[in-house]
Design a protein around this ligand. Structure first.
Ligand SMILES: Cc1cc2nc3c(=O)[nH]c(=O)nc-3n(C[C@H](O)[C@H](O)[C@H](O)COP(=O)(O)OP(=O)(O)OC[C@H]3O[C@@H](n4cnc5c(N)ncnc54)[C@H](O)[C@@H]3O)c2cc1C
Length: 462
């Protein structure tokens, strides 16, 4: 793809290359807007011979294994997770966009694991923090001195009447989110790629209605649905990986969301709404909660201001409702508060469970108000490393997570708005206007971040 530079952008290529050199890759993965990131070289360690258990081999679990293996050299480290394949989930949008293959996003779990870690290829079926044990499907009870929970989140299609995960890929329905982390598969990415091409073909012949529906639950990868909308629309203009015919005038998009905001930070929300308004062929339906889909008739039913409303479509993209894994939600580690019910309770700064001091959590599973992203997890990994080893040494926990998260909104092929935030609001790592869509963020995200993820972040080196 040809790279061009927006005239209004202050950044020239020389400066851009400097950015790449000084840490452009790390910012998508959490550059360290917190104090925690800056002190990583002086991170404490522990020589104690403790028994550490890490639950889940996704982003947070693998990163924690790598970091603690170095920081606690005498500890026995056990990882429990069923997946032989580790999936780089952020790459699913690029598969759908025709820029990555499915294979690009996968690595064998065993290839990422450091030496001297006991991997139980198993599933946790219950947590018993009073007994310092977990129950597993195949290995019975497993005990620990310290537990780090990194089980991520689950999709819950049952919240939408008439829709099941198996409907994705049938009758014009797609979801870029669809994956099975325990199997290491990401069918949603390929399905979404074919779905975009199918819309393009149909639009060459007739008018087409495309509906995007987002759920009323916390979600991971907050930008993915809008990415799909913007990239699909750009593809229809003929701007995809291969130059094509402009069939955009034949496609009408509807975006239905439970909230009025497209993103929780007002400045980013405003700029995303401008993108939508300038597209001319996108309608928004705010305060619409998807309740049912008639997959045969192609009708989606929403709850809107106390009433039921129907929207018909030719093509539907679903962001599935998400929840904490049931095994955690039903345990004593979950929050009881109604709003965050089922997600894991931790102190939002130390990431330690408030009651069970030998239990910590990382990643999407946490009951935090800030975003669920790989960038957030990377930042939390630094906090976990230092605070777990401090707990082992029975000294005060030194590190605080400040809610850092990052969403690379792909506004079209070749442009990204990089929304970095923390608990206070926008938190750009570099002194560049964060509301501007830039080619440089696209280039970094597309070409460098996946490699940095597998080669550095998964090895606990950033
Ligand atoms: C489509 C999409 C696009 C995204 N885009 C971005 C992006 O651009 N930037 C970004 O920063 N983030 C993005 N994300 C979000 C990012 O991938 C997640 O926030 C991150 O991977 C969360 O890591 P985690 O460790 O919490 O959970 P996960 O990586 O989801 O891992 C959970 C692990 O727990 C294991 N597990 C589950 N249940 C059990 C059990 N009972 N017993 C044992 N193990 C279990 C699973 O097998 C898995 O290994 C995106 C996500 C998606 C789906």
């Amino acid at each position: 793809m040809k790279m061009s530079c927006n005239k209004n952008e202050k950044l020239n290529r020389r400066e851009a290359m400097k950015l790449l050199g000084i840490g452009g890759t790390s910012l998508f993965l959490g550059a360290g807007s917190t104090a925690s990131a800056d002190t990583k070289l002086s991170a404490p360690s522990s020589k104690k011979e403790a028994n550490i258990l890490i639950a889940g081999a996704g982003t947070g679990g693998m990163l924690t294994v790598a970091r603690l293996r170095r920081a606690a050299p005498n500890a026995k480290i056990t990882l429990i997770s069923p997946n032989s394949v580790h999936l780089y989930q952020s790459g699913q949008v690029y598969v759908a966009a025709g820029l990555y293959s499915e294979f690009d996003n996968k690595r064998k779990t065993s290839d990422l694991l450091p030496k001297n870690v006991n991997w139980m290829k198993d599933k946790i079926t219950a947590f018993d923090p009073d007994d310092n044990t977990v129950q597993t499907e195949k290995n019975g009870k497993v005990s620990y001195d310290y537990l780090i929970v990194a089980l991520g989140c689950e999709y819950d299609f049952s919240m939408i009447d008439g829709l099941e995960a198996s409907d994705i890929g049938e009758n014009g329905i797609a979801s870029v989110y669809l994956n099975d982390l325990s199997e290491g598969t990401s069918k949603g990415a390929i399905i979404s790629k074919m779905w975009m091409r199918s819309i393009q073909r149909s639009a060459g012949k007739k008018k087409v209605k495309v509906l995007f529906a987002d759920p009323d639950t916390p979600i991971k990868g907050e930008g993915a649905s809008l990415d799909m909308l913007f990239l699909c629309n750009d593809l229809l203009k003929g701007n995809g990986p291969k130059k094509g015919q402009d069939v955009q005038q034949n496609v009408h998009f509807s975006l239905a969301r439970p909230e009025e905001k497209l993103f929780r930070i007002p400045k980013i929300d405003t700029v995303l709404k401008k993108e939508i308004a300038s597209a001319k062929n996108i309608d928004t339906h705010f305060e619409y909660i998807l309740t049912a889909v008639d997959t045969k008739k192609k009708v989606a039913t929403f709850f809107h201001k106390g009433k039921s409303e129907e929207i018909t479509y030719d093509y539907l993209h679903i962001t599935p409702p998400m929840r904490s894994p049931q095994v955690l939600a039903q345990s004593k580690l979950a929050v009881k508060d109604v709003k965050m019910q089922g997600w894991m309770e931790v102190d939002p700064e130390t990431l330690q469970h408030p009651k069970y001091k030998n239990v910590f959590g990382i990643g999407d599973i946490l009951a935090l108000k800030t975003g669920k992203s790989g960038g957030a997890v990377r930042e939390q990994g630094i906090v976990i490393q230092d605070n777990v080893t401090a707990q082992m040494e029975t000294i005060p926990l030194p590190m605080k997570y400040n809610g850092y998260s990052v969403v690379p909104f792909k506004t079209r092929y070749g442009r990204i708005i990089l929304a970095e935030s923390d608990k206070h609001g926008l938190a750009p790592t570099f002194p560049l206007d964060p509301t501007q869509a830039r080619w440089i963020w696209w280039e970094i995200d597309l070409h460098l971040i996946r490699r940095a993820y597998f080669d550095l972040m998964m090895r606990g080196m950033m």
